[in-house]
Design a protein around this ligand. Structure first.
Ligand code: BGC
Length: 422
């Protein structure tokens, strides 16, 4: 690791007019990559997504990347890439496939996973809920039913008690708004509901589950060891669609920004139950006026490059949002940032332009502690199936062979040197 230079020096180097400059990150900066259980492990047949795939006849995760068996190989590759941390999730349905039933072998499996990370010197960041529920929970109403708040808290308690000695950073939920939007407003994801009323209920139950879960984790740790608890929020740069109705589109974009990027964070910081801010940033969304909160507006005249999934790539928006998080005065972890592309050079561009945004925000006083690329390995991208490839590591889904992608070597160099060249 190189010597860290001061913030002042960072600012200066960002303003220098020379052709290639080096910008150092703080010496304690954590470099990582993220995955989630359902998207990588395979054979999660007790999860509600498994039923959803069958019902909708969409591509099935099936054995996914077989990370369940190959986790140790994947973490060794993470180490080869000079990462210092891995973000992963535990699959609630594996551990607790029936009401009140906890499977020791599965808890032990995750113990092995965490031990493997620790032996390799990789810091584990664990998410307890990343979009999937046990089938029995889904069949009894998922988070629409307040009874399931209790079931979720029972699972949380069991896991945190088991793992408290080994894990400091917990995320209770991943992207609740994305989960509620896709599952309960547009109906694209399980359980396929389209109802604002139900979406509100689910959202409020998840928020209550979070607050109770936060208190539970704090009481389990009881101040003996430090614990850091948060909820991962998806943030996007919302811009008004510039075609017609610009004035109204601006109101909708502004509202979306307020509600979606900051709403839950404002609420939870007021309740004093976020120890750090955990954010995922991918792209920009153009908003057109439709109802007050607006709708997404996709047009070929938007000037930004689109990635493989048609998302507008806009690193400047990342910087602008990070700057807005400064006033919360909480440490920030970027829990996911990444892209799916066909060409390696586009991954490289994305990586370097987004890291420049991170570096710039740090140089302007934003307390960003770490960065996780999404994802460590190629994985199952929900209703998109396996075709979008976000991984640093390519997975052959027939043989489960792994291959480090060329752009991952660029990331490895950044992680090792703790600096970027701009
Ligand atoms: C989700 C991941 C997903 C990624 C890319 C994020 O919003 O947390 O599960 O794979 O986006 O689509």
């Amino acid at each position: 690791m190189c010597n860290c230079i001061s913030k002042k020096h960072n600012i200066d180097s960002l303003n220098q007019p020379s052709s290639s400059r080096k910008v150092d990150f703080p010496s304690s900066f954590l470099w990582g990559a993220a995955i989630s259980s359902y998207q990588t492990e395979g054979a999660n047949y007790n999860s509600d997504w498994y039923l959803w795939e069958k019902k909708k006849k969409i591509q099935e995760a099936a054995r996914a990347a077989n990370h369940y068996e190959l986790f140790s190989r994947d973490f060794k590759l993470a180490k080869e890439l000079n990462l210092g941390a891995v973000r992963l999730s535990f699959e609630w349905a594996r551990i607790n496939p029936k009401p009140g039933v906890y499977i020791e072998e599965e808890i032990n499996h995750y113990k092995e996973v965490i031990q493997t990370l620790k032996i390799l010197g990789l810091k584990p960041f664990v998410t307890l809920h990343h979009f999937t529920n046990p089938i029995w929970v889904a069949e009894s109403g998922g988070f629409e039913s307040s009874k399931n708040i209790g079931h979720f808290l029972e699972y949380l308690k069991r896991i945190v008690e088991e793992f408290k000695g080994d894990i400091q950073h917990w995320s209770i939920f991943n992207e609740p708004l994305v989960y509620v939007y896709n599952g309960y407003i547009c109906g694209r994801w399980a359980p396929g509901v389209k109802s604002i009323r139900i979406a509100r209920k689910v959202s409020s139950n998840i928020t209550s589950a979070y607050i109770e879960g936060y208190k539970e984790i704090k009481s389990i740790y009881n101040g003996e060891v430090s614990s850091y608890v948060s909820l991962v929020n998806h943030i996007r740069k919302f811009s008004p669609c510039p075609n017609f109705n610009f004035g109204q589109n601006s109101i909708s974009a502004c509202l979306k920004d307020k509600l979606s990027n900051f709403g839950i964070i404002n609420y939870l910081t007021k309740k004093s139950c976020l120890d750090y801010l955990a954010v995922n940033y991918y792209c920009k969304e153009y908003v057109k006026f439709k109802g007050l909160v607006g709708a997404e507006c996709m047009h070929q005249f938007h000037k930004e490059r689109k990635n493989y999934l048609g998302w507008y790539i806009y690193p400047q928006g990342f910087y602008e949002l990070l700057k807005k998080f400064k006033h919360y005065d909480l440490p920030i972890y970027i829990m996911e940032n990444g892209t799916a592309e066909i060409e390696d050079s586009l991954y490289k561009d994305y990586l370097s332009s987004h890291l420049q945004s991170v570096a710039r925000a740090i140089s302007e006083g934003v307390d960003i502690k770490g960065y996780f690329w999404w994802s460590l390995i190629d994985n199952f991208e929900w209703d998109y199936g396996f075709s979008p490839k976000f991984g640093l590591i390519d997975v052959n889904y027939d043989t489960f062979e792994r291959r480090i992608k060329p752009f991952a070597l660029t990331y490895a160099k950044i992680c090792k040197e703790n600096r970027i060249e701009i």
